[in-house]
Design a protein around this ligand. Sequence first.
Ligand code: ZN
Length: 160
Amino acid sequence: MVPFTEHSTKEEWTAGWDTKIEGPVLDDYWRNLAKTAAKFEEIRAICGDKPITINSGLRGKIRNSQIPGASLTSAHLWGLAGDLLPPAGMTLQEMFNRVVQHPTCMLSIDQLIIERGCLHYGLVVPAQRLIPRRDLRTEKDIAGIRTYPLLRIWTPPRGA
Ligand SMILES: [Zn+2]
């Protein structure tokens, strides 16, 4: 295991990238993953500084296409998103709420979504937009189709 940040390894961030299919991870993606991993450390700290499993980080195009309902413009394809499991003793909803209530952590988050048993956070993909959307979403099964309705747009708490 190659350490990447204090509490994460390079392998955890690139488990969804098959070098045999996709080739080596590009430097640009490593730079993006550094931002994503720094945000992970922030989230980990505000969730009580307990171990958190990284379910997905960078995803290759082929791997992404095998996930039902995965977005073709997913920030995972750029290494700018992470899917996290809640730490022991915390539900997914509690984890979501913790992040939402943390203004400095939320400011740079483009999307925060409860999906597939994970907390997905995405950072801005510069090729797609300049300003984070600050979307708060949750998954909903509508007639067998997985959708991600918008709960609300996050805004900083008054006085923050
Ligand atoms: Zn995700």
